[in-house]
Design a protein around this ligand. Structure first.
Ligand code: ACO
Length: 309
């Protein structure tokens, strides 16, 4: 008995902001951004708000799963850019989807928001408390980026990803997971109320690699598998150099690591569900593959989840 992934969906705004566009905004260069981060362009929402993006991604996941949306019992949204202080983006999404039952709420865990949400959803399903759960990561980061700060404005983008999870009598897709936080390090990455993203990038870089390695090793051991069994790592897309260092430390070859940061930048809680959807559509994942998710973000928060798809 366990948790199955029934469908995935994404929404990416049409507006593209390239590194060349940023050269006109701040003192930077395509060469600096590409070599230091791996990012070439990012999507920026114009008309859409964070709920609209979540709705589009969710409808795609629900359609793919082929379920009646009124049978969804719980909606969990990971976001650091909620539409309102309250009610939650989850409740606004429930209203937009026209869902009349169950309950909805948000998770505030920055870039780890999707993995935290998945952790809760998996627990609710495995404990028998819910059978159908919509998990969404949606971010309008362009709204909280300081467009005059070259050290952060080049990094972030907008988008949403959704996964519909269901209870099944079969073996669980989610084999093991482990979440962490270290509140004392909150000031490495934060935004004050109504403020912009502030980040100590260099310090965060080292912590990110160390923490995600710890989380990955933990879940691999917990699941009783070995690193060489992993078919694909889908890491949070914060910086290609962080991803490459992590792969090197874990001893995983680059062809087993999914990267799309070049197209979207860091979309925080949306980054893993967007990458999962793309990896599935590109045929990078086959039934039975072992997939390792890992993320790290403001909080600090971090974690890893191991799936057998
Ligand atoms: N263009 C040109 N030069 C720049 C830019 C830019 N956009 N930004 C910074 N620089 C300059 C700096 O001013 C500095 O110049 P100096 O040496 O004259 O002082 C130089 O480039 C090097 O700056 P560093 O900050 O040391 O550059 P670094 O190689 O560390 O890269 C980066 C910066 C990309 C931010 C990196 O540190 C990083 O990715 N950190 C981690 C980000 C992360 O993991 N975030 C977590 C998840 S995000 C979330 O939770 C929302």
């Amino acid at each position: 008995m366990g948790t199955k992934i029934l469908g995935t969906g994404v929404y990416l705004p049409e507006g593209i902001l390239t590194n060349q566009d940023l050269e006109n905004l701040v003192e930077t260069s395509d060469e600096w951004i590409t070599t230091r981060t791996g990012i070439k362009e990012r999507r920026i929402a114009k008309e859409e708000n964070v709920v609209d993006m979540a709705r589009q991604a969710s409808l795609q996941a629900i359609k793919e799963a082929g379920v009646d949306l009124q049978s969804i019992e719980v909606i969990i949204v990971g976001t650091l850019t909620p539409e309102k202080r309250f009610p939650s983006t989850g409740c606004l999404l429930q209203a937009e989807l026209g869902i009349k039952r169950g309950y909805a709420f948000d998770i505030s865990a920055a870039c780890s928001g999707f993995l935290y949400a998945l952790e809760l959803a998996d627990g609710l399903i495995k404990s028998g408390k819910a059978r159908l759960i919509l998990v969404v990561g949606t971010e309008l980061l362009s709204e909280i980026v300081d467009w005059s700060d070259r050290s952060t404005c080049v990094l972030f983008g907008d988008g949403a990803g959704a996964v519909l999870l269901g209870w099944s009598e079969e073996e669980s897709d989610i084999l093991a997971s482990r979440m962490y936080s270290e509140g004392s390090l909150w000031d490495l990455l934060y935004a004050e109320k109504n403020g912009c993203i502030k980040m100590k990038g260099r310090e965060l870089f080292k912590v990110a690699v160390r923490n995600m390695e710890e989380a990955c090793r933990n879940v691999i051991e917990k699941a009783g598998v070995s690193i060489k069994d992993i078919d694909l790592v889908i890491p949070h897309q914060a910086n290609v150099r962080i991803i490459n260092s992590l792969a090197e430390k874990l001893g995983i070859s680059k062809d087993k690591v999914f990267i799309n940061i070049d197209k979207y930048g860091n979309t925080s809680a949306a980054s893993i569900p967007i990458a999962l959807h793309e990896a599935l559509k590109e045929g990078r994942i086959k039934r039975g593959d072992l997939i390792l998710f890992t993320a790290m973000g403001g909080g600090l928060t971090w974690g890893a989840t191991l799936l057998k798809y």
